[in-house]
Design a protein around this ligand. Structure first.
Ligand code: NAD
Ligand code: MG
Length: 291
């Protein structure tokens, strides 16, 4: 974690999407050596999309240490990251499974839910966390938008969450919950992330709408809105210049680590602590306002 005397940005670096953890400098902190579980999720069964790396990996480690079994979903080229996450889940004494799938199609979303339910013997917590943006060479400005990238952003961030939720619902009993990953971009949209910001604002609206529809079934729906967090998504999709100053303009003066975001997902998933929390969006932003 950064000390105030150290430079707050990151060494110049770029990867190709979707990006991997090991080549990052520094390697992010997912709570491997710090997160302490307190039995908040004992016996629960959770599926986390994008659980191979970044925020999703930190959530997987925290959920396992809280007593949950975990399925993580990732892209095929992220198998090394998925394997590493599973090692931490298993070290916590819980069952962990990984599913390689591209969630941009409704068919993939349906078959991933079916596989996860089979592996876990049911489902209690669905974390819709897979996400994508691309800002290199002005690709996220209105002049630079390209159909293929815009469709990738929309189908990864938005439609996958809808189809996964729809497919999961028949398996969710009262007491289950859904947690979506929003973003500070839903509140303070950047001119160079137009398509991405739009999907995250939509995630907020969908979270509220689902909370209304599913409340009567006893299912809670919430979201976490992270600020700038150091994950493979950043060096894989931003220019080297953007990476070097990433997070420095937040009030806390630095990017956050995935380990600093995961506790919000634990709180929202905890049947005891968050039993009356639904339709909420929890900001973890280093001081950037989420209202
Ligand atoms: P990350 O790269 O570690 O995780 C994103 C994951 O999304 C990837 O690991 C990948 O498995 C998954 N994914 C992407 N495209 C996919 C596809 N087509 N099919 C299946 N899976 C796919 O980065 P992260 O920052 O931890 O991202 C997790 C979530 O957090 C995303 O929704 C992102 O938008 C959101 N978020 C991140 C930040 C940040 O600063 N890092 C800020 C706000 C919100
Ligand atoms: Mg990844």
């Amino acid at each position: 974690m950064s000390e105030s005397s150290e430079p707050a940005g990151f060494p110049t670096q770029e990867q190709q999407p979707p990006g991997l953890t090991e080549p990052m400098s520094p390697v992010p902190d997912h709570g491997e050596h710090s997160y302490v579980g307190h039995g908040r999720m004992t016996g629960l069964r959770a599926m986390i999309t994008g659980g191979d790396s970044g925020i999703g990996r930190a959530v997987a480690i925290a959920y396992a240490r809280e007593g949950a079994d975990v399925v993580i979903v990732h892209l095929p080229e992220e198998q090394p990251d998925a394997d590493e996450t599973l090692r931490w889940v298993e070290r916590a004494g819980r069952d962990g499974f990984s599913i390689a799938a591209d969630l941009r199609s409704v068919e993939a979303c349906r078959s991933v839910i079916a596989a996860a339910v089979e592996q876990l013997g049911g489902l209690d917590v669905l974390v819709n966390n897979a996400g994508f943006h691309y800002t290199r060479d002005g690709r996220g400005t209105i002049d630079g938008l390209e159909p293929e990238l815009v469709e990738r952003v929309i189908h990864t961030n938005l439609t996958a969450a809808l189809w996964l939720t729809q497919a999961a619902l028949p398996h969710l009993d009262p007491g289950a919950c859904i947690i979506n990953t929003s973003s500070i971009q839903a509140y303070a949209p950047s001119g160079h992330m137009i398509d991405y910001a739009g999907t995250k604002a939509a995630i907020n609206a969908i979270t509220a709408a689902l909370a209304e529809q599913l409340g009567p079934r006893g299912i809670r729906v919430n979201a976490v809105a992270p600020g700038p967090i150091w994950t493979p998504l950043q060096p894989a999709t931003r220019s080297a210049d953007e990476v070097s100053s990433f997070g420095t303009s937040s009030p806390l003066g630095r990017a956050g680590q995935p380990a600093e975001v995961a506790p919000a997902y634990v709180y929202l998933a905890s049947p005891l602590e968050a039993s009356y929390v639904s339709g909420s969006i929890v900001g973890v932003t280093g001081g950037l306002p989420t209202f």
